[in-house]
Design a protein around this ligand. Structure first.
Ligand code: SF4
Length: 81
């Protein structure tokens, strides 16, 4: 997977630990930054495809990414039937 997008992420402007928050307020703070990021779609897809468990990627928390992956698995299962 192409990772050129990483050099254009908004997170380059802030400390990396912002994207590894320990509470909900921290998640919201990271998501606000991701919300203004021009590469958030690529970032989210990278995290999903690589099953990255920790941190906020592409504006999605760990829990949100698990939900997205679960939805994708379910929709693929329906299509396969
Ligand atoms: S979406 Fe968020 S974590 Fe991903 S590159 Fe942009 S700012 Fe960084």
């Amino acid at each position: 997977m192409n990772t050129d997008w990483m050099t254009r992420g908004k997170c380059k402007e802030v400390a990396p630990d912002v994207f590894f928050p320990s509470d909900g307020m921290g998640v919201l703070a990271a998501q606000r930054i991701c919300g203004e990021c021009p590469v958030s779609e690529s970032c989210l897809e990278y995290a999903l495809q690589n099953h990255i468990d920790h941190g906020v990627w592409g504006g999605a928390s760990e829990r949100e990414r698990r939900r997205i992956l679960r939805r994708r698995r379910l929709s693929h299962a329906v299509v396969a039937k």
